[in-house]
Design a protein around this ligand. Structure first.
Ligand SMILES: [Zn+2]
Length: 359
């Protein structure tokens, strides 16, 4: 692997931990108590078609849980192995990492937090339901580009744009980067012809309850257009024009009504973000669960084996494996639908029972 920064391709990497996705958007997720109060208590469940796991429990969580189960402390090395998959230390140099900050700060304060507190705005309710921001299309474009580029460049969950597409975004980030948002937006507008192939729409899904079990980060394997879900915000994007006839399967018939209203108008600087109900969000997450269920069931066994090794230092003996499979079977029968947090709870419960029976 090259030790050069993937953005400037000049400077040497300096072990700078870059968030693959904008932290403030991800941080609306999950923690042990269901709320985001303490950074190191954060629990991130990855929802993935290909990979699902106990990859990362925030530093405060997994060691405590495992210590409670086993009565032994984890070594630094063991804690280190429990890495946050949403941070990449082999992405960019220190200088390039600073290029993202102004965009993320401005997007969060000017756009995202205003949607979360949406009652301050008059909602548009003709055919569609969306929230409008005058002159903010370019800021949103930059926000989408840096998130998509970092995910692709990090090969997040084995997902990647094709090399030309990734290069198209990389060169635009470099061309328009600056240390303040005003200059970034100015350069973006000046160079807009150079990014006109890239199109995106944003959708926000209202979440009524602070239910931690239904947050997640997902990149769908769907292409043309692509789909990324960052908790309550979804990004749909492509390198050709977007249209309602080819929506990603996961959101098909969920956001159709909004779609034509929120596609950016070439002539305008207005940004429209689709607003979707809690019911639509629930439907989306249900589809995600269904789509992932098969792979999840296959992978949850690996999760159990790895967690067992990680906790006790040896792979599960035959009896424990049988007990685990039975527990998963009971869980899926009782619940009727499979959720990742639910399955992870089964893993934890079986590990706890194993600890009792081994002692
Ligand atoms: Zn760099």
């Amino acid at each position: 692997m090259s030790d050069l920064c993937k953005l400037c391709e000049k400077n040497v990497l300096e072990n700078v931990g870059s968030h693959i996705f904008t932290e403030s958007i991800i941080r609306t997720a999950l923690n042990q108590d269901g709320y985001t109060k303490r950074e190191d208590k954060e629990l991130i469940y990855e929802i993935s078609i290909d990979k699902i796991g106990l990859d990362f429990f925030g530093r405060g969580v997994l060691p405590e849980k495992i210590e409670a189960i086993t009565g032994k402390e984890l070594s630094d090395e063991e804690i280190e192995q429990n890495k946050n998959p949403l941070i990449n230390r082999n992405l960019v140099c220190r200088k390039c990492e600073k290029k993202f900050g102004p965009i993320e700060a401005e997007f969060t304060s000017t756009i995202y937090s205003n949607i979360v507190r949406k009652n301050r705005y008059e909602l548009q309710k003709d055919e569609c339901n969306y929230i409008s921001f005058e002159n903010q299309k370019w800021l949103a474009l930059q926000f989408v580009i840096i998130n998509v580029w970092r995910a692709s460049s990090s090969n997040y969950n084995d997902w990647k744009l094709n090399p030309d597409q990734e290069e198209y975004l990389r060169s635009f980030i470099l061309l328009t980067a600056d240390d303040n948002i005003e200059s970034i937006i100015k350069k973006t507008v000046e160079n807009r012809e150079k990014i006109k192939q890239f199109n995106f729409v944003l959708n926000y899904f209202i979440q009524k309850s602070e239910n931690l079990s239904e947050n997640g980060v997902l990149i769908d394997t769907w292409e043309n257009p692509y789909f990324i879900l960052l908790n309550r915000l979804s990004l749909i994007f492509d390198f050709t024009s977007l249209n309602v006839a080819k929506l990603p399967l996961l959101v098909n018939e969920i956001i159709d009504k909004n779609f034509n209203c929120i596609i950016p108008n070439i002539e305008s600087d207005e940004l429209r973000i689709g607003l979707n109900s809690d019911e639509q969000r629930t439907e989306l997450y249900y589809r995600v669960s269904l789509k992932a269920a098969k792979d999840i069931l296959r992978n949850i066994e690996d999760v159990f084996i790895n967690t067992h090794k990680f906790t006790f230092g040896f792979p599960p003996p035959f009896n424990s494996m049988v007990y685990f499979k039975k527990s998963v079977g009971n869980y899926t029968k009782e619940e009727g639908k499979i959720t990742i947090p639910g399955l992870l709870e089964v893993v934890i419960k079986v590990i706890e029972d194993c600890a009792k029976s081994y002692s």
